[in-house]
Design a protein around this ligand. Structure first.
Ligand SMILES: Nc1ncnc2c1ncn2[C@@H]1O[C@H](COP(=O)(O)OP(=O)(O)OP(=O)(O)O)[C@@H](O)[C@H]1O
Ligand SMILES: [Mg+2]
Length: 334
């Protein structure tokens, strides 16, 4: 168990600055999700923590000790990658015990630790099988097992579920979270899936183009995004943004309202517009409406709403759910 402290971290590849002045603190046992669009620097940040990349400035501390001059193997960290590449010719037990064998641990200890990890991961019956004889979810668990057997201070995950189909991903994310809580291991988890981040993490750090946009509890980011980027990134369907006169009237450069905070009616007060498309999911209806002066807005209603394109509707923003942003893109707080 350990704290992780990232202070004013900078990383460049030659002239290309990839991480700019990143500072994040992760408490002992905490699960931090690192999110952001492709190429924003998530893997790079993870790799600097693991010691797989040199840094150009700042500091990384694990358990209040600077690790800059420690080799990856001395940082007491276990990393699970997206392409976790199990050794195909080794059985599950050998795959899980590989790092321990490499470290020269005694055979009995390896057997013991692999056995315990396999029990935790429900892989006890698969220990003698080769990776090709496993399901995708079992293979994923073997990759987790390789990390667990080392009993590291910190787990680093880089999109570990992106190779799995949607249903298995949902199941595995619950399993990983449950396991992490049981073991109490400090975890940094990279994903570009914001639902994964919202459901798994104690805290989310949002990165964009190598800069840290906001760090906070999932619902804090949802309720009070610090800027336009975070507002647009967290939440699905995306927050609606409106500029121009409607925003100016609210004393903002841009106003934002989430689809679930627009009440759809046939008349009354609100923004009148014409439905251009309706997506009927059964559980929800996503209604896309063209509103003069506001543009295309999306509303989300629970259950099936009988609307179709061409219908005239009125969108009424729920009180207290309007977000205001200034010309610099930062949220304006009341
Ligand atoms: N070894 C390298 N040499 C030069 N540039 C690199 C290297 N590795 C990454 N980059 C660049 O650094 C930036 C950040 O890459 P990184 O892999 O950290 O992004 P990411 O957020 O993990 O993206 P993704 O979601 O696609 O995995 C990108 O512009 C990438 O092209
Ligand atoms: Mg990556």
């Amino acid at each position: 168990m350990a704290t992780v402290e990232i202070r004013n971290l900078r990383k460049a590849y030659g002239a290309l600055e990839v991480l700019h002045d990143i500072s994040i603190g992760i408490a002992d046992g905490e699960f931090l999700a690192l999110v952001g669009p492709s190429g924003c620097g998530k893997s790079t940040l993870l790799r600097t923590i693991a010691g797989l990349e040199m840094i150009n400035g700042g500091e990384i501390r694990i358990d209040d000790r600077a690790v800059d001059d420690l080799a990856p193997k001395d940082r007491d960290i276990a990393m699970v990658f997206q392409n976790y590449a199990l050794y195909p010719h080794m059985d599950v037990a050998a795959n899980m015990g590989f790092a321990l064998r490499l470290a020269g641990r005694p055979k009995a200890e390896i057997g013991d630790r692999v056995g315990r990890a396999a029990a935790i991961l429900d892989l006890s019956r698969e220990l003698a099988r080769k990776p090709a004889q496993l399901s995708g979810g079992q293979r994923q668990r073997v990759a987790m097992g390789r990390a667990i057997v080392r009993d590291p201070k910190v787990f680093l995950f880089d999109e570990p579920l992106s190779n799995l189909d949607a249903k298995l991903r949902v199941q595995m994310r619950a399993e990983i979270r449950e396991l992490q809580q049981r073991l109490g291991t400090t975890t940094i988890y990279v994903t570009h899936d914001q639902v994964e981040a919202m459901t798994m993490a104690d805290k989310i750090a949002v990165l964009s183009a190598g800069r840290l946009e906001q760090v906070g509890a999932p619902l804090d980011l949802y309720r009070a995004p610090a800027n336009l980027f975070v507002a647009g990134f967290i939440g699905s369907p995306q927050m609606n943004f409106v500029t121009g006169d409607l925003a100016a009237k609210a004393g903002a450069d841009t106003i934002g309202i989430r689809p679930e905070h627009l009440v759809v009616g046939r008349d009354g007060d609100g923004w009148r517009g014409r439905v251009v498309a309706a997506e009927h999911l059964g559980s929800d209806t996503f209604i896309h409406v063209e509103v003069p002066d506001a543009g295309r807005l999306t509303a989300r209603t629970v259950g099936d709403m009988p609307v179709g394109s061409g219908d005239e509707v009125v969108l009424a923003p729920m009180a207290g759910h309007l977000h205001r942003f200034g010309a610099d893109g930062r949220a304006i707080r009341d």
